[in-house]
Design a protein around this ligand. Structure first.
Ligand code: GLN
Length: 197
C-alpha cells in the first residue's frame, strides 16, 4: 500500500500534536510544512489550532496563503480550531482585518464560547466516524470558534446539544471547532486521511 503524505502547517500552534497523531496511523507519512515548496507531493494538509491572527499574518509573510488556497482546490485540508477560522469564507464580527484562506463556505465567529476560562471538554456524537454512534468523541474546546452559517454544500458532522455546529465538511475540506489532536482518539484523523488519495 502506498503511503499517504499528510503535511501539517508549521507556523504556530499544535503542530507536534497533529504530527504525533498522524504517525500513529498506519500508512501515513507525516511532514511539517514551513514553506510553499513543502506542499509539493502532499495528499493532504492539516492547519492546526493556535492563534489564527498569528498564523494568518505569518502565512502572508512566508507567501503561503495563495499556495494553500490552490492546494485546497483539489486536495483535502483539515482545519482545527484556529485552522477552522483560517479556512472560513468570512468572519462574523466587525473587525475583519485578519488574513484568511477563505476556502470553505462557512461563516465563523472567533472566541465564540468566551475567554480562556470558559474552555471546556464534552462528548460529541460524530456523524460518519467509526463507531461514531456508540462511542462519542471526547472534544476539547479552547477559546474555540463557532460555525454560525454554513453554505449549501457543507455538511455538519457534529453538533453540541444546543445545536451549534462544531464540525463540518465540504467536499474534501473539513473543520472542527475543537482539538482532535489533544486526545488519544485517532478517529477524526483517520477519517481525514481516508479523504486523501
Ligand atoms: N481563539 C483562537 C483564534 O481565534 C483559536 C483558539 C485555538 O485554536 N485553540 O485564533
Amino acid at each position: 500500500m502506498e503511503l499517504k503524505k499528510i503535511g501539517v502547517l508549521s507556523i504556530q500552534g499544535s503542530v507536534v500534536e497533529h504530527v504525533q497523531i498522524l504517525r500513529r496511523i498506519g500508512g501515513v507519512e507525516a511532514s511539517k510544512v514551513y514553506l510553499p515548496e513543502d506542499l509539493e507531493g502532499l495528499d493532504g494538509l492539516i492547519i492546526p489550532g493556535g492563534e489564527s491572527t498569528t498564523i494568518g499574518k505569518l502565512a502572508v509573510i512566508y507567501d503561503l496563503l495563495e499556495p494553500i488556497k490552490s492546494f485546497a482546490k483539489t486536495k483535502p485540508v483539515l482545519g482545527t480550531c484556529a485552522g477552522m477560522v483560517l479556512m472560513a469564507a468570512e468572519l462574523h464580527q466587525d473587525r475583519q482585518d485578519q488574513p484568511l484562506l477563505g476556502v470553505m463556505d462557512i461563516v465563523v465567529e472567533r472566541n465564540a464560547f468566551g475567554r480562556q476560562v470558559n474552555s471546556f471538554e464534552t462528548e460529541l456524537d460524530f456523524n460518519g466516524l467509526e463507531n461514531g454512534l456508540s462511542v462519542p468523541f471526547h472534544a476539547v474546546f479552547i477559546r474555540a470558534p463557532k460555525i454560525v452559517r454554513i453554505g449549501s454544500n457543507v455538511r455538519v458532522l457534529a453538533r453540541l446539544p444546543d445545536g451549534t455546529a462544531v464540525a463540518a465538511i465540504e467536499n474534501k475540506l473539513m473543520v472542527t471547532s475543537f482539538h482532535p489532536e489533544l486526545t488519544s482518539d485517532l478517529r477524526i484523523h483517520r477519517y481525514f486521511v481516508n479523504l486523501a488519495g
